[in-house]
Design a protein around this ligand. Structure first.
Ligand code: NAD
Length: 370
């Protein structure tokens, strides 16, 4: 049975681990959060991600630990890293969690056989080349393999990607990563193999293209409404052009969540670092904010201050509990702060987070789980 290591078994890493385990790999998952590891070990952990609880309950070949030595002792030659890379204030990513894991690996001494580290975490362009320079003298190669998944459908997205993006250290590392995905991916994804920095740019660029498309759709929608037209009629006609397509071209709330906004900001910083100006990312962010202003003004025109406005589904995306940069929530906050009586209708898991931040700014209505 082929063994695979995953360091950082949080939202992304645990789903990846379970997808690999269910097709016959023995997965060794390492996480620094001892209580969390314990809850996975004794199967008391409960996730809102579809399929996770069931597959975890069935998983026989998932070994979890807080101790990196577990991976070394098992002589694992392919290790994925899914640790956090939070955004810095300037929009770049903080790589210190990856650096720390690598420092810990180095304290274990050189591995007996060359070991392939595969970075799943989102990083700045150029980072994996630097990390490879640091790790190569000690028996490691570094590849980059980001995933295009969304909260609320992580396991399914991992199983059916449009493409598997591999920024490979060398052909052998790339072949190994590709064979892992071939074992569990359904359909016929494109295997896009390239250099590390090309893959790092591609990952950010894909998300930036999506933010641009969403912001464009909402801007054109606002314009159409201002002219007394129907925004959906216009956007559907634009999307009918095969060069453009319908995906991500619907009118609605602005983009948010834990990935799109920050990847957009990081792209701008990646350009600045090499002396380029990339105004698209900045313009997209501005358009996203202007759209929220437009929505707020529309509410103000249509509702008097005495009326109650109810917002449902406050997370940034359906089937997710994540409220980070949710534009729907931001709009609700704008209106409540302007004196409207705003009722939030959502599941308790979402409302509890909002209540902890905004307390009695809103009225809260718990919705039953769907
Ligand atoms: N979740 C997503 O939908 C998603 C999508 C695309 C990319 N990503 C990227 O994947 C990375 C991980 O994201 P996530 O959402 O899974 O984060 P997460 O916070 O849910 O999980 C990270 C896990 O790493 C663990 N960890 C931290 N330091 C560690 C260490 N030194 N050793 C071992 N474990 C450690 C944490 O305890 C946590 O369980 C980020 O770079 C993120 O940008 C995530």
């Amino acid at each position: 049975m082929t063994k695979i290591g995953i360091i950082g078994i949080g939202r992304l890493g645990l789903c990846f681990a379970l997808n690999l385990e269910r097709v016959g790999f023995h997965v060794y998952g390492i996480d620094s959060n001892a209580d969390y590891v314990q809850s996975i070990q004794d199967r008391t952990f409960s996730s809102n991600e579809p399929h996770v609880n069931y597959v975890l309950g069935e998983a026989e070949n998932l070994t979890v630990s807080t101790d990196l030595k577990t991976i070394r002792d098992a002589s694992i030659e392919l290790i994925f890293l899914c640790v956090p890379t939070p955004s810095n204030v300037d929009g770049t990513f903080d790589h210190s969690y990856i650096d720390e894991v690598c420092s810990q690996l180095l304290t274990l001494g050189n591995p007996e056989k060359e070991t392939h580290l595969v970075i799943n975490s989102t990083v700045m362009p150029g980072y994996c080349d630097q990390l490879n320079e640091r790790m190569q003298p000690h028996g490691y190669t570094v590849s980059y393999n980001p995933e295009f998944i969304a909260q609320g459908s992580i396991m399914a997205d991992q199983q059916s990607p449009d493409q598997v993006l591999i920024g490979e250290a060398n052909k052998e590392a790339g072949d190994r990563i590709e064979s892992v995905y071939r074992a569990f991916c359904q359909g016929n994804p494109r295997y896009s193999r390239m250099s590390r920095v090309e893959a790092e740019i591609t990952k950010l660029a894909v998300n930036c293209f999506l933010t641009t498309k969403i912001a464009f759709a909402n801007s054109i929608g606002d314009l159409t409404i201002e002219h007394g037209g129907n925004q959906d009629a216009v956007l559907q006609a634009i999307g009918a052009d095969a060069r453009i397509g319908y995906n991500f071209l619907r009118y609605g709330f602005g983009y948010g969540g834990p990935c799109l906004p920050r990847d957009n900001r990081a792209m701008r910083m990646a350009a600045q670092k090499v002396g380029l100006n990339l105004p698209l990312s900045e313009a997209t962010d501005e358009a996203n904010m202007l759209h929220r202003d437009f929505q707020r003004e529309t509410f103000e025109q249509n509702y008097s201050n005495e009326e109650t406005i109810t917002f449902s589904d406050l997370s940034y995306k359906r089937n997710s509990d994540i409220i980070e940069e949710s534009q729907r929530l931001a709009l609700a906050v704008d209106l409540a702060q302007k004196g409207y009586n705003v009722v939030l209708n959502d599941r308790a898991a979402v409302l509890d987070q909002i209540r902890a931040i905004y307390q009695d700014l809103f009225s809260y209505e718990v919705k039953e789980d769907e």
